[in-house]
Design a binder for this molecule. Structure first.
Ligand code: DHE
Length: 508
């Protein structure tokens, strides 16, 4: 980085030349040039990376901004972006400075970063190669553990889900994002960080096994239902990566491109266990891709089955049998895709910006319903999954982010994380009345978000989203606090049993 921003130097030169020329009028007027790069380093680099390759914010390169037109980019820099951590800068930067930043982010880098097989292999670290015991080194129920991701200082805690006592706490890569995923028996947990690191951790032996960097800017990862493969979705490069879960060795890298050669970021990838496949949606190409992992002759080919659509899919959810995918795009309509037929069968009039990734299902009057919080409006939308009609819009105190329930509780819990006020509230919805019946303030004045239930559904754990935050543990029936545990910005917590049994009340 330059010791002095270019605009300071130019202003200095301008002042000097004005002084020197004072005696010899007329003076030429030189306009100070705004240095977009210096502005970027001051205002953007801490989240988007000094090199614009992304950190906990996405990469800011022309190839990754394809769906964001310049006027929208200007608005985003000035006003912030809904449903993300991106603040508005209009109080710090003037219009010309915002424009200079916009010009910068639409300028290609001098050299395009490469992250291929060679780079991945070189990054792989085998922390543990010895065979470790096949029984847990602790006495707690190995299926009723919670993995708590603490974003505040980039650690994870393994929590005994009966005693609510930490078993261990260990450092993770920087800025984990998305739910960690488990092996089918719950022994191993896999993490993905926003900057592309995937880690495999042996919960029973409390030991980190291996790590590999699979991308520069990563979305999320999925584990096959047979436990053999991990599939990772990337924003940068425009790729998907398959790893052998045994040792995290790369099995296949898939360039994400359409027939014309246009490449795309990947919105996310999920395991569709009943179909024995991974399903991914693309951000810049209106397609959904399915990768079967049923072996015909040894290693699956991981050739995508491409389902072409009329609209992009940014956020999505599946029905219980994984026959239907319900997708939405920022500002678009909800579309229901029949994965067997390989086409869109209907649309759903979802208002605002539903957060389908946080959707949950339950039985209501004998039929399955899907409920989703909304990132833009104070409403939880309940959709009848037999006919894709809206059953009810439940008004809430403000836009939410995460929603959770469990088979053994009559309630669903939703936060006001995306609101401008009441962000310290968790609202409790009665799943049969379809209305809010209680609201909790776990720690008044502090942001509360992300609930997860214990294995039996008797306890609900809520995060206080602060660097010096907490897990607040509730009796899910009486709605009384039973314990508080200090944690560093516990962004999410994941119960082994609920995840590996695919509880309808949690994310998969
Ligand atoms: Fe997330 C899950 C996408 C912003 C915290 N988030 C996910 C998943 C996706 C996603 C696709 C599911 C992945 C999985 O579990 O396999 N998130 C996005 C976005 O597109 C968005 C809106 C913009 C972005 O910056 O990428 C976004 N997410 C955020 C945040 O700002 C949050 C609050 C803080 C952070 O960590 O950056 C955040 N997202 C989370 C968490 C989960 C998640 C805690 C896991 C939820 C779960 O319980 O499964």
């Amino acid at each position: 980085m330059m010791p002095w921003p270019l605009n300071t130097l130019l202003l200095g030169l301008l002042a000097a030349s004005t002084f020197a020329a004072a005696a010899d009028a007329p003076v030429a007027v030189v306009e100070a040039k705004i240095d977009g790069n210096a502005l970027y380093q001051t205002n953007c680099a801490s989240c988007h990376g000094a090199d614009r390759l992304g950190l906990n914010g996405p990469a800011l390169l022309p190839g990754n901004l394809e769906r964001l037109r310049r006027p929208e980019a200007i608005k985003t820099i000035a006003e912030g972006r809904i449903a993300t951590q991106m603040p508005g800068f209009s109080d710090k930067l003037n219009a010309a400075e915002v424009k200079a930043l916009t010009d910068l982010i639409y300028t290609p880098l001098a050299s395009t970063p490469v992250w291929g097989l060679k780079e991945m292999q070189a990054s792989r670290i085998a922390h543990q190669t010895n065979k470790l015991p096949d029984t847990p080194v602790f006495t707690a129920d190995p299926l009723n553990l919670f993995i708590v991701v603490e974003l505040g200082d980039h650690h994870a805690t393994i929590l005994d889900g009966d005693k609510f006592e930490p078993i261990t706490r260990f450092a993770t890569r920087y800025a984990l994002h998305g739910g960690p995923k488990f092996s089918p028996d719950g022994r191993y947990v896999y993490f993905a960080s926003r900057d592309g690191w995937v880690a495999k951790y042996d919960i029973w032996n409390l030991t980190l096994i291996s790590e590999i960097r699979v991308g520069i800017n990563t979305r999320n990862l999925a584990i096959s239902s047979d436990g053999r493969y991990a599939m990772i979705a990337n924003y940068l490069p425009h790729s998907m990566v398959v790893l052998d879960t045994q040792d995290l060795r790369p099995v296949k890298i898939i360039d994400v491109k359409d027939d014309s050669g246009k490449s795309s970021r990947v919105s996310a990838v999920y395991d569709a266990a009943p179909r024995n496949s991974f399903i991914a949606a693309l951000k810049d190409i209106p397609e959904v891709w399915e990768f079967s992992y049923t072996d015909k002759n040894g290693t699956p080919s991981f050739q995508p089955r491409r389902i072409q659509l009329d609209d992009y899919v940014d956020d999505f959810f599946f029905d219980g049998s994984y026959t239907h995918l319900i997708g939405s795009s920022r500002g678009g309509v909800g579309q229901v895709i029949d994965l067997n037929a390989g086409k869109r069968i209907t649309t759903v009039a979802l208002p605002g910006m539903p957060h389908l990734g946080s959707g949950i299902t339950w039985a209501y009057q004998g039929k399955p319903v899907l409920a989703t919080p909304n990132l833009k409006e104070g409403v939880v939308t309940v959709v009848d999954m037999t006919n894709w009609q809206i059953e009810k819009q439940i008004p809430t105190l403000g836009p939410g982010f995460f929603m959770r329930s469990h088979e053994n509780t009559p309630y669903a819990w939703v936060d006001v994380f995306n609101g401008t006020k009441d962000r310290d509230v968790i609202q409790i919805i009665d799943k049969q009345k379809l209305e809010v019946i209680a609201q909790l303030r776990p720690s008044p004045g502090k942001v509360a978000a992300h609930t997860e239930f214990s294995r039996d559904g008797k306890y609900a754990l809520v995060s206080i989203w602060e660097n010096d935050g907490e897990l607040v543990i509730y009796d899910a029936k009486t709605l009384q606090v039973v314990k508080r545990l200090p944690m560093k910005k516990p962004s999410g917590k994941y119960n082994v049993f609920n995840k590996i049994t695919r509880s309808a009340g949690t994310s998969h």
